[in-house]
Design a binder for this molecule. Structure first.
Ligand SMILES: [Zn+2]
Length: 236
């Protein structure tokens, strides 16, 4: 993850923090679990800004008046959204994953941040690249100044997909013993490099949610009962 900075809060929850979703998995204590995980980071869970994630490439510019959208109810979250960006301080952006990749973006020179929920469908639509573009348009960020970080996700060691994925991806598909495996983090890394982000500024947790299912939720491993981890980022 990023180098520590007094101007930035970021992190992702682990299985021991329990489910962070208000709609998937066991949601009975999700609000209390969010409160306690976010308290570790010094974030008030009532300020959280969340999206109803739909595997799109829709991204929202989050402003002060959006504080708390999706914090206490799923209904109040941004509809049809998989990426959030802001240049406002004290607005904690969140995405929820259980195998999908979270992409954190931070330009300390503005400052401005972005957070992306990147499953294969959103990655196919270049959501990471589109988020950088939106940050350029709205905040005048310079790609060579952006720091990027990848949360835990299912990796090419475990992410077997059908051969029809050859139609979706020209890069990032590995064939082994006649099976196809998708490199979700590799695809997103290439998209960020194509935007002009520097390789040395991309940090990867390298964590596979399926290999390390003891510590992380994996939809592939657990199916419908899987909870969700939270990725969160905030300027301060
Ligand atoms: Zn794995």
């Amino acid at each position: 993850m990023f180098p520590k900075s007094k101007h930035l809060v970021f992190g992702f929850s682990l299985r021991r923090h329990q489910n962070m979703s208000l709609v998937y998995g066991d949601t009975r204590n999700s609000l209390a679990q969010r409160r306690s995980f976010l308290a570790e980071l010094g974030v008030d869970y009532r300020n959280l800004i969340c999206a109803k994630q739909v595997h799109s490439s829709n991204i929202r510019y989050v402003k002060k008046e959006d504080r708390g959208r999706g914090a206490l109810t799923y209904e109040s979250a941004f509809a049809d959204t998989d990426g959030l960006v802001t240049d406002t301080k004290n607005l904690p952006l969140a995405v929820f994953t259980a195998d999908c990749l979270s992409v954190f973006l931070y330009d300390p020179s503005i400052p401005a941040i972005g957070l992306v929920h990147a499953g294969w469908r959103s990655s196919k639509e270049n959501i990471a690249g589109k988020t950088v573009q939106l940050m350029q348009e709205n905040f005048k960020v310079k790609p060579e100044k952006i720091l990027a970080s990848f949360g835990p996700c299912i990796r090419e060691c475990c992410y077997e997909v059908g051969e029809e994925f050859q139609r979706h991806f020209s890069d990032g598909l590995k064939k082994k013993d006649n099976r196809y495996y998708l490199d979700l983090s590799g695809i997103n890394k290439k998209q960020l490099l194509d935007c002009g982000i520097l390789e040395e500024n991309i940090y990867d947790s390298k964590i596979c949610t399926s290999c390390q299912n003891d510590h992380f939720y994996s939809y592939r491993k657990e199916g419908k009962s899987a909870g969700r981890m939270m990725s969160v980022i905030m300027l301060k």
